[in-house]
Design a protein around this ligand. Structure first.
Ligand SMILES: C[S@@+](CC[C@H](N)C(=O)[O-])C[C@H]1O[C@@H](n2cnc3c(N)ncnc32)[C@H](O)[C@@H]1O
Length: 182
């Protein structure tokens, strides 16, 4: 199983790089393909997986499934060769940019109707492909990350709970603490 992330933000923000690094740790660099990366940014993703400047929409792939909260069917332990995700930072309310993923002959599946950050969507999809049921997993629908000086940032998205804690990379927390923007 290969996991494809189609980068869909106008720039490769630091937040995106941190998220793609986390995804590479979750699925392993040999199983990750990141597409639609501007030539000038390819080097910033070195070592995370196969990095392509082409959009996934231009690739001819085998049996592929687009993960989309608006799909009619839920993902189950199916026999796909590729799972495709939008490399999109969460927006609230969701802008439905995932619908722009337009791969010929691909199926679409959801992980429930709530919006996960891409790294969490990848983690949950991998658990399901590895045999778990969505109902076996625990979720939290809104998290607050404490920054410095009593400030905090609200992330109104769905997170999977792993070992009692929402799945957020340490690097993202450090990034949010040192900056007040993306
Ligand atoms: C932060 S979400 C983007 C949602 C978004 N606001 C949009 O415009 O479509 C990033 C990616 O994670 C995956 N994803 C997030 N939540 C999902 C869900 N409930 N079911 C299936 N895929 C999901 C999708 O591939 C999506 O493109």
């Amino acid at each position: 199983m290969k996991y494809i992330i189609e980068h869909m933000e106008p720039e490769l923000y630091e937040w995106c790089i941190i998220e793609y690094k986390h995804i590479s740790e979750i699925v392993g660099k040999d199983n990750l393909i990141i597409t639609n990366i501007n030539e000038k940014d390819v080097g910033k993703l070195n070592g995370l997986g196969e990095i392509k400047t082409d959009s996934v929409n231009e690739l001819s792939l085998g049996k592929a499934c687009i993960l989309d909260a608006n799909a009619d069917k839920e993902l189950s332990n199916e026999d796909f060769e590729y799972l495709v995700f939008g490399g999109i930072l969460g927006d609230y309310p969701p802008k439905k940019r995932t619908s722009k993923l337009n791969l010929k002959n691909a199926e679409r599946r959801n992980l429930g109707k709530n919006q996960f950050p891409t790294d969490n969507a990848v983690y949950v999809a991998k658990q399901i492909i590895d045999g778990k049921k969505l109902g076996d997993l625990e979720f939290i629908d809104h998290i607050e990350i404490e920054l410095n000086d009593g400030e905090s940032v609200q992330l109104p998205f769905r997170y999977v709970v792993v070992n009692g804690k929402p799945l957020v990379s340490k690097e993202l927390i450090e990034h949010l603490k040192k900056k007040d923007s993306f």
